[in-house]
Write a protein that binds this ligand. Sequence first.
Ligand code: IPE
Ligand code: MG
Length: 227
Amino acid sequence: MDGNGRWATRRLLPRTAGHKFGADALKRLVRGCVQHGVQYLTVFAFSSENWQRPADEVGALMELFLQALQRETVELAAQGVVLHFIGDRSPLHEQMRELMTRAEQAPVDNPRLRLNVALNYGGRWDVAQAARAVQLAGLEMSEQNLARHMCLADIPEPDLLIRTGGDHRISNFLLWQLAYTELYFTSTLWPDFDEKSLADALADFAHRERRFGGVPPGSDDSGLRVA
Ligand code: IPE
Ligand code: MG
């Protein structure tokens, strides 16, 4: 969800205003995903590197997360959204950690979308915490055992990554889980990402041919095609 700061600066607003409009864009995206039948959505809300931002911006972001947790949890559950957080919670404020746990435990009668919010998350941190867990369990440091201890091990790997804001990089998001994910970059700034932007991204994805390291179906040279 990149581009909040630039969106605000272009309007002569403080960067924090961009984050507020960014939160609205996320609500819109969640509704859109439910409508399109997307079952899993993971958003990068705050990276382990974002602490380097000026203290007032970090404070405003934390305040925004806190407000969203207080105000949106009931509405999200009503929409069928099951919330889950990934990232290192230990440096977060106690009140925030409590609200996060409560939001994760909120009963959802008709689950439609699993929403993972990455908060103080880093892809390298994820690999390191998985490695520690494998080591602590006395297991072999195999790809399979690491995969089982990564965040989001209980859901399928992402099909599509959308990055807004015009930069073409992963920025320490889900490094392990994105191995075969289709990447989609758009210059649209995050607060402007709307229903049409989501539909465009999904339409682009629909045209991708996914081979997972194999060959396209039907391109084996046996000449035999069984319908
Ligand atoms: C939002 O966009 C990302 C968050 C950390 C919430 P930015 O704040 O990175 O916006 P730009 O890149 O400065 O425009
Ligand atoms: Mg940015």
